[in-house]
Design a protein around this ligand. Structure first.
Ligand code: PHE
Length: 458
């Protein structure tokens, strides 16, 4: 009796541990900073619809596959793949799925830390009063001043890396669960407050129209590829993060239900961020929907600068965004760290410092691409643009495609269904159908046509 109760509790705790860790990984800069600006750059409504379709038809099925592989392999993604392929007598080239993930994680972390550094900077910036009563023009001007100052950018990037690494090295990753459990709901609440103020202060109707009315003419195939890539990026797919966390899933917990919960939470946060930012875009001069990576930093200060207690709420908001970025960063580096520990005999501290240093070094390129190197472009793309496109729109979807093919076509259905756990048989059948046919087809077509458009028609 006591024994089974204990097991029940253990199971409950680890299913929720997984949900917390995966949500901590999924909800981050991708939702609050990236989604609004790429929606703005790609014309709004049609892009948002494509993004939602990609989440549903590609993101959710691939996420289920990744969690399943992680739970079955119970090791770092590279070694989990090794073990699964070896047990099933499959070709070792499938292990490339794990490798690509490790590389993608470090590359993404390189620019992720730079952007997180901006958020850290805004904690101080919001509280010092310099943005009190700011207009859109003023907020844009102050942000441009930050971008023009590589010294400060590098300081903030380094500070974020030190905080992230410090926490990992100090072995307080357990604190992650506590932070996510208490601070993420607070972030959610603050987003609601922000949305309400933004709706009153800006042009809410124009924002809703922009984000939700379907205008195909403003969406290019490259934009569709960006929406697909973002479905992977925002759910932390295609690089092993979710696979690594899948090891926390108890044996029979239903993967389908769990994954859908996480996808809904993640999408909600992104849509809320968009609905907070766009009323300001349309309600105040000086900010354009296609402002790019600056968008969030040109709009949110306008709301905070003009609401009661705004300096406090503004500072708090950027603290929460930094925490969200922090819990995502840890998952970006975890697949590589776990692999270095298992296969290279490194200890956790060395592994983290090594990969963290590599990411920091590459990140300097992103810092400079906003100022000194601004003029050095390839087909109009800066170093940051190239890193972002190559990781989010090329590496993640490709790895996702391989995962869909591997789980949908190569692994035996019996093994897959058993590994998935207690979802209803109908759900599992539908899932396998989507993963076998729709997901690979969607990724393949969007990938080929999107790249063709970017490189040959631009
Ligand atoms: N999902 C995170 C975000 O939206 C970023 C991320 C991508 C984290 C890939 C881990 C792996 O901010």
């Amino acid at each position: 009796m006591g024994d089974s109760r204990e097991r029940l509790h253990g199971t409950w705790a680890s299913r929720w541990t997984f949900i917390l860790a995966a949500t901590g990984s999924a909800v981050g800069l991708g939702n609050i900073w990236k989604f609004p600006y790429i929606a703005g750059e790609n014309g709004g409504g049609a892009f948002v619809l494509m993004y939602l379709a990609c989440i549903l038809l590609v993101g959710v099925p691939v996420m289920m596959a990744e969690v399943m592989l992680g739970r079955k392999g119970r090791m770092s993604p590279i070694n989990a793949m090794r073990r699964i392929t070896r047990e099933a007598g499959l070709h070792g080239r499938w292990n490339g799925i794990g490798w690509m993930g490790v590389v993608a994680g470090v590359l993404i972390l390189s620019y992720y830390a730079v952007i997180a550094g901006w958020a850290l900077y805004y904690v101080v910036k919001m509280s010092d009063g310099s943005l009190q009563g700011a207009s859109g023009d003023e907020a844009a001007r102050q942000f441009a001043a930050l971008l023009g100052d590589p010294g400060t950018l590098i300081f903030c990037q380094t500070l974020f890396m030190v905080l992230t690494m410090g926490v990992v090295v100090a072995g307080v990753v357990r604190g992650l669960g506590v932070a996510v459990r208490t601070l993420m709901p607070l972030l959610f609440v603050l987003l609601v407050v922000l949305l309400v103020y933004s709706a009153r202060q800006g042009d809410f109707a124009a924002a809703v129209d922009f984000l939700f009315s379907f205008r195909t003419e403003s969406l290019t195939w490259t934009g569709v590829l960006v929406s697909l890539g973002h479905a992977f990026f925002t759910l932390s797919l295609g690089m092993g993060a979710i696979m690594a966390y899948g090891a926390y899933m108890p044996e029979h917990a239903p993967i389908g239900k769990t994954v859908i919960t996480i996808a809904i939470l993640d999408t909600l946060v992104a849509l809320m961020a968009g609905m907070a930012i766009f009323p300001i875009v349309f309600g105040s001069p000086g900010v354009e929907p296609n402002a790019g990576p600056s968008l969030m930093f040109q709009t949110l200060p306008v709301i905070f600068g003009n609401m009661p207690g705004g300096l406090f709420f503004g500072a708090l908001f950027f603290v929460l965004v930094s925490v969200a970025a922090w819990s995502s960063s840890i998952s970006l580096i975890e697949p590589g760290v776990a692999w270095l520990i298992e296969s290279k005999g490194m200890n956790r501290v060395t592994a983290n410092l090594l990969l963290g240093f590599v990411a920091w070094l590459i990140g300097l390129g992103t810092v400079l691409s906003f100022n000194v190197w601004q003029g050095y472009t390839l087909g109009g793309d800066t170093f940051f643009d190239i890193m972002d496109f190559f990781t989010a729109s090329v590496m993640l979807p490709l790895t996702g495609l391989f995962i869909a093919i591997f789980v949908g076509w190569i692994m035996k259905p019996g093994v897959v269904f058993e590994a998935l756990g207690d979802d209803a048989p109908r759900t599992l059948q539908a899932w396998r159908f989507i993963l076998r046919y729709l997901s690979p087809l969607a990724i393949g077509v969007i990938f080929v046509v999107g790249l063709y458009n970017k490189f040959f028609l631009a």
